[in-house]
Design a binder for this molecule. Structure first.
Ligand code: SF4
Length: 200
């Protein structure tokens, strides 16, 4: 893989018609060095696994919800499949709200494992899923499947959808609002804080 990086990057540049600006000429060697470090890292590929698929789109069903997405990489060992999701930073993504309202319940990897793999390759066995940081070249978290918490989340979603009741209910620290573009619609901020959902 390390030996193939230079050629693969050149192919990607051609495919994307990447502009060869002076800035890119400076950034390119840095990127190659970073990629070399990533593929050489022990966490990059689990022992005895080999890359099986990359950038795969999927649609499936998860606890009765229709889901779709795109998986960065799937590795295979015999009949087992392992998922890797790349992160450019060093922290895993915010989850959805847990029972206490904190954004700690990860859905992405459970959906990949429980909905995407069975939908794409039902003949194989899902073996695991992990977030891999490209910056630190290591696994930053692995999939957890807290069945009762995931079921409670889905039940809440089903209830809200069936009732058509979707009052704003951001997490107490308002982290979800930091990058949200719908503040004008939900009237976020102090007003949203006063309008608490009945099940909160
Ligand atoms: S700004 Fe409004 S819609 Fe966006 S996350 Fe916050 S509460 Fe939800």
């Amino acid at each position: 893989m390390a030996d193939a990086l230079e050629t693969a990057l050149a192919q990607a540049e051609t495919l994307l018609e990447w502009p060869q600006t002076p800035q890119w000429q400076l950034e390119r060697p840095e990127l190659l060095t970073q990629l070399q470090r990533v593929v050489a890292a022990p966490d990059f590929l689990a022992p005895e696994y080999h890359p099986f698929a990359a950038e795969v789109t999927f649609e499936g069903s998860w606890y009765g919800l229709k889901v779709r997405g795109l998986i960065d990489r799937v590795d295979r060992k015999g009949e087992q499949l392992m998922i890797t999701d790349y992160k450019s930073g060093t922290s895993k993504p915010q989850g959805v709200q847990d029972a206490g309202g904190r954004l700690s319940l990860d859905l992405q990897l459970p959906i990949y494992l429980q909905a995407a793999l069975p939908s794409l390759w039902p003949e194989f066995r899902p073996a695991g899923a992990a977030y891999f940081s490209l910056r630190s070249a290591r696994v930053i978290d692995r999939v957890r499947l807290p069945g009762s918490e995931l079921e409670a989340f889905v039940e809440r979603v089903h209830a809200q959808l069936s009732l058509g009741a979707l009052p704003p209910r951001p997490d107490p620290a308002l982290k979800a609002c930091e990058f949200c573009r719908f503040e004008a619609v939900c009237r976020g901020g102090a007003r949203a804080a006063r309008k608490v959902a009945p099940w909160a």
